[in-house]
Design a protein around this ligand. Structure first.
Ligand SMILES: C[S@@+](CC[C@H](N)C(=O)[O-])C[C@H]1O[C@@H](n2cnc3c(N)ncnc32)[C@H](O)[C@@H]1O
Length: 239
């Protein structure tokens, strides 16, 4: 694929299709790669993000862009067996892996984050892990997430970020821009793991993401950097 039609240069419907197809291709190696490129810290970040939702036993939690379902375990711990954890993703091969996990969701829905097949005001909390960067219309996805939450319910989104510190930014550009694509190419996925740094460069800033959440109706929005600012978690409460 040439640079002009590379996945990171797509928008709208073309981006939706290219992203879905890319995750379909890497699904079988997604968990392994995640462990390698995050030094196995990714589950710790999901547990921290889940704690921000302040869920209670018996609550109903939704994980949007759930992929292989790694948010299910911390969400299940928070809502317990009395509650419900539902995952949603638009890529069937990722959902198939989520279905095979030992801690499985109560239901896995095939659907788009920009057009959730879910009734309004149905959930007590929602997570998105490394998903918002990939949707073609982030404002619309935030509005959809706000719509399906109950008033007062919380939303948390974990994603890549560009470090604010100049030195860390240079180190990160080598790690994300060169080392991650090189690791990806060992499995035959150079393009998908070049998409990661390229889409991060093009992604909304922390402030823009916060504003998008506020426009969608979230209040008390805040964010916190993780992994030296290479990851940022945003959260807010439906007003
Ligand atoms: C980087 S993976 C993250 C998976 C998982 N949330 C995690 O924490 O590991 C991004 C996931 O978002 C999904 N995705 C991207 N755009 C989507 C959209 N518009 N609607 C639903 N799922 C989407 C992809 O299929 C993929 O499974």
């Amino acid at each position: 694929m040439g640079v002009s039609n590379a996945i990171w240069n797509t928008e709208g419907q073309a981006k939706r299709e290219a992203v879905r197809e890319m995750f379909g291709r890497i699904a079988s190696r997604y968990d392994l790669m995640n462990g390698l490129i995050t030094f196995r810290l990714h589950n710790r970040w999901r547990a921290f993000s889940t704690s921000l939702l302040q869920l209670k036993p018996g609550d109903k939690a939704l994980d949007i862009c759930c992929g292989t379902g790694d948010f299910v375990r911390p969400l299940r711990r928070a809502v317990t067996e009395r509650g419900a954890v539902i995952g949603l993703d638009f890529c069937l091969p990722m959902l198939e892996i989520a279905k095979s996990k030992s801690v499985a969701a109560d239901a896995l829905l095939l659907g788009d984050a920009c057009n959730l097949p879910i009734a309004s005001g149905a959930y007590d909390g929602a997570t998105v892990g490394w998903g918002i960067r990939n949707v073609p219309d982030i404002d619309l996805a935030h509005r959809e997430i706000a719509r399906v939450l109950k008033p007062g319910a919380r939303f948390v989104s974990l994603d890549m970020a560009v470090p604010r510190n100049k030195v860390l930014r240079s180190v990160s550009s080598v790690f994300c821009g060169r080392i991650i694509p090189a690791i990806g190419s060992l499995f035959g996925f150079r393009e998908a793991y070049t998409y990661l740094p390229k889409s991060t460069e093009r992604f909304m800033s922390r402030e823009m993401l916060t504003e998008s959440m506020q426009r969608a109706g979230f209040v008390e929005c805040a964010c916190k950097d993780l992994m030296l600012g290479n990851i940022c978690v945003h959260w807010g409460r439906k007003g």
